[in-house]
Design a protein around this ligand. Structure first.
Ligand SMILES: Nc1ncnc2c1ncn2[C@@H]1O[C@H](COP(=O)(O)OP(=O)(O)O)[C@@H](O)[C@H]1O
Ligand SMILES: [Mg+2]
Length: 280
């Protein structure tokens, strides 16, 4: 198992009730969540806004510290591991966020953004190797070499997400956590990005944790789905089973919220890749 999460609890200080002295009271946001992600597996985390999806994603990667429960990564308990202990693990677990505009440094070229992780981690010895690595990454995410010199503001939303994915791949991670990364993109561009992630997962043995409030996104991409409601798991299982026979009323409600009456689970494989249309 890549990730094993048992009884995970996360709490934040309640700023609305700030006390003059002492620590503010805590509000619990995740109330004992169980989750398992096998290596090379694709798992979706779905739920309405505010259900705790991003908090769970950040906890998995130990970007916040749990107040209870256990997180194991590759069999090792990382629940309270200090930053120095986490550092060597960080390159194996990468996260990509929705807001690709602000996630990419506007002052750096795509080439510099993609070179940075390899340079910082000493994976390349000189400028030539860094450039070669960037060209490999551009190719992996389906961007032509002339993207090397472009800047984030010159890219479409889909292209920015490709750069984000390329940067996440730079350190050859064993898992990518993608938090709402196709929200706000056109449906055909969504399909291209999801298919890219799925192809990368299969070809590189990468695990994918895909977070979305949109079940049609999840259905096309993930093998298993975990449904979160108010910080607790209300349903979990193989995606096809959950979609065919949702046991929980909340899951049925989420399914009814899908804008299309019938969602074709194969839709990502049908949409034609059309980079030019996207760039236009
Ligand atoms: N850093 C934080 N401090 C305080 N409350 C937070 C913090 N992050 C998230 N929350 C609260 O936790 C709950 C779940 O948020 P989040 O995990 O972002 O949900 P989702 O990603 O499903 O929309 C929300 O009520 C949110 O206000
Ligand atoms: Mg979120």
């Amino acid at each position: 198992m890549l990730f094993e999460v048992e009884g995970l609890r996360v709490a934040f200080p309640d700023r609305s009730r700030n006390k003059l002295f002492g620590a503010p009271p805590m509000i619990e946001v995740l109330h004992g969540v169980d989750l398992a992600v096998g290596s090379g597996e694709s798992v979706a985390i779905v739920g309405e806004s505010g259900s705790g999806k991003s908090t769970l994603a950040r906890a998995l990667l130990r970007l916040n510290e749990p107040s209870g429960g256990v997180i194991r990564f590759e069999g090792r308990d990382i629940t309270h591991l200090a930053e120095s202990g986490l550092r060597p693990l960080r390159r194996k677990m990468q996260i990509i966020f929705q807001d690709s505009q602000s996630a990419l440094n506007p002052r750096l070229s795509v080439g510099a953004i993609l070179a940075e992780p390899s340079i910082c981690n000493g994976l390349v010895r000189n400028a030539r190797e860094a450039r070669e690595r960037v060209m490999e990454l551009l190719d992996l995410v389906g961007l032509s070499p002339d993207f090397y010199d472009r800047f984030a503001h010159q890219l479409s939303g889909g292209q920015r997400q490709r750069v984000g994915i390329g940067r996440a791949l730079a350190l050859d991670p064993s898992v990518i956590v993608a938090d709402e990364i196709v929200s706000g993109l056109d449906v055909s561009v969504q399909a291209q990005i999801l298919r890219l992630l799925d192809d990368l997962r299969r070809s590189r043995g990468l695990a994918l944790v895909l977070i979305s409030h949109d079940l049609s996104v999840v259905r096309a991409t993930c093998e298993r789905v975990v449904v979160l409601r108010q910080g607790a798991v209300v349903e979990a299982g193989p995606t096809a089973d959950v979609f065919a026979d949702p046991r929980n009323a909340y899951t049925r409600r989420l399914l009814r919220a899908i804008p299309l009456p019938v969602v074709d689970p194969e839709w990502i494989h049908r949409v034609q890749l059309d980079e030019d249309a996207e760039a236009a």
